[in-house]
Design a protein around this ligand. Structure first.
Ligand code: ADP
Ligand code: MG
Length: 495
């Protein structure tokens, strides 16, 4: 174990440096109302439509904690096997920003609601690695400054001000951009399973800050830089890779890395300096006097625990066990909860036992179905045919009505015509010939017409068997059942 870990680290060296990455994710809590007001959180509303007196920080307004958002954070805590605190506290983080009318953000610094979670990622070489989560705290989002409406003017849109976020902070446990991207994907999968964040990165409701440092093996961790607000998994990878190279070149040319906050330029795939990093002392954090400590009762926590869905890792394990599929296949099928549900529904629509149909349906999903979805650029719940048709095709092949290669023709036809599989079998004449006497007749003809080959086969040239199979299949117009053809020929040639 220790050995394989050491090997892993050596493999991850970049130009002789070890890389250290820790990620901070701002995940918008799925909730109709904001964290401390009743304003709507709807995306795309008219600017400044979802704003009340609390969000705009009118003097004398008091925040009222949205308990649903708290429940959502607890669910997330269970989703990453974290410790959920019976008592947590809201703090004020003071800073000036035009789109932050309060002059401070309400967050949780000293006593967050959750600490010590973990997420398991599957590495490309098939091994697994646990990435630890340091903490998850609840905080409010700021508004938006809009610079693009008019030249030389900035507009403020407070629709986002006060929306509930979870800040999910990992330990510095990742050693490559690949690990960072796998962690982000897995975290997203989990949040979608527990339905506490939509994870729509384009709409900005799942934003990643990447902390990156490099050091020579055996030395302490290097000084980190933080790249802010990455909004796609690809950008996370690109920004980290660029930053690793930038830091290594800087160190190699004798510079010292300073702890900076950076921006990623998506057009050039480079990072640039935004500001030097503030320390927490700069924000003069103190407990928010408007809010009591958040106390969670055992009863509340256990009720939420009872509503927890099966998590991705547990689902994956069950898929492997019940459906007899590989871990690799199960990994892909459970990555998205909708896909996992649809897969299970399809398997159970087959008339065969799940131990048999599970594998077949998985093959269709991971093969022709996903290829089609990708090409047509649609989601799995927007197929032009009922998904149960996949079960019908599986049954047709397991019944030996059609061969696998005919089934592929059927599928290609179905996505165009949306006809019933049975009808397509008839229209394209895909049914296999399984009738023994028809196959025996064809086999006899082949053997009678090729006496020399039969002679050679019987005197030891066994590779001619394939020739007889091919000829018989040809006689049957390519529609013979290969298994039966094999059996019939074996019997005839050995008599
Ligand atoms: P701060 O509160 O100053 O932002 P944190 O301790 O919260 O500092 O760390 C922020 C993030 O930086 C965490 O995700 C952590 O894993 C990561 N991190 C800490 N040290 C390093 C390092 N040397 N290199 C890379 N990432 C680091
Ligand atoms: Mg931080």
């Amino acid at each position: 174990m220790a050995d394989s870990h050491a090997k892993q680290e050596i493999q991850n060296l970049v130009n002789g440096y070890e890389v250290v990455i820790g990620l901070e994710v701002h995940a918008q809590i799925s909730s109709k109302a904001k964290l401390f007001s009743g304003s709507s959180t709807e995306f795309g509303s008219e600017p400044n439509h979802n704003v009340d007196f609390v969000d705009s920080a009118m003097p004398g307004m008091l925040p009222v904690l949205n308990q649903y958002c708290v429940d959502q954070a607890i669910k997330t805590g269970f989703g990453v096997a974290g410790t959920i605190y019976r008592r947590s506290v809201f703090d004020r983080k003071n800073y000036f920003y035009p789109d932050l009318p309060q002059g401070y953000q309400i967050t949780q610094l000293y006593h967050p609601i959750i600490t010590d979670g973990k997420i398991e990622i599957s590495l490309p070489d098939g091994s697994k690695k646990t990435i630890n989560i340091d903490r998850i705290h609840i905080e409010q989002d700021a508004g938006k400054s809009v610079h693009t409406l008019e030249q030389d003017k900035t507009y403020i849109d407070l629709n986002r001000a006060g929306i509930a976020l979870m800040e999910i902070v990992s330990k510095p446990d990742m050693r490559s951009s690949t690990e960072a991207m796998l962690y982000i994907k897995k975290l997203r999968t989990i949040l979608k399973y527990v339905k506490t964040c939509d994870c729509n990165m384009e709409q900005g409701n799942f934003r990643v800050d990447a902390n990156v440092s490099v050091h020579k093996p055996g030395e302490p961790f290097g000084t980190r830089c933080e790249i802010k607000n990455l909004n796609s998994v690809r950008f996370v990878g690109q920004a980290i890779d660029y930053e690793i190279q930038r830091q290594i070149s800087a160190i190699e040319s004798g510079e010292k890395i300073t702890q900076d906050t950076l921006l990623f330029d998506e057009a050039t795939c480079t990072t640039r300096r935004m500001r030097s990093k503030e320390d927490s002392a700069d924000y003069r954090y103190f407990p928010d006097p408007d809010l009591k400590p958040l106390i969670l009762t055992e009863d509340r926590i256990s009720k939420i625990k009872d509503t927890m869905p099966e998590l991705p890792d547990a689902k994956k394990e069950r898929f492997v066990k019940d459906y007899g599929i590989t871990e690799y296949d199960a990994d892909i099928l459970t990555e998205d909860i909708d896909t996992a549900d649809i897969y299970e529904a399809t398997v159970s629509a087959s008339k065969y036992d799940i131990a048999k149909s599970g594998k077949q349906v998985a093959n269709w999903f991971l093969g022709d179905l996903f290829a089609y979805i990708k090409k047509a650029n649609i989601s799995i719940d927007a197929l032009p045919f009922p998904i149960t048709n996949i079960a019908k095709i599986v049954d047709l092949t397991l019944d030996d009505v059609i061969s696998i290669s005919s089934a592929k023709k059927l599928f290609a036809d179905m996505v165009e015509t949306n006809q019933e599989p049975d009808e397509i079998v008839k229209r394209l004449k895909l049914a296999q010939i399984t009738d023994i006497s028809t196959i025996e007749q064809a086999a006899s003809e082949v053997l009678n017409q090729n006496p020399t080959q039969v002679e050679q086969y019987k005197s030891g040239k066994e590779q001619l068997f394939g020739f007889f199979v091919g000829m018989t299949m040809k006689k049957l117009g390519g529609a013979g059942n290969p298994g039966i053809i094999n059996e019939v020929l074996k019997k005839k040639l050995s008599s």
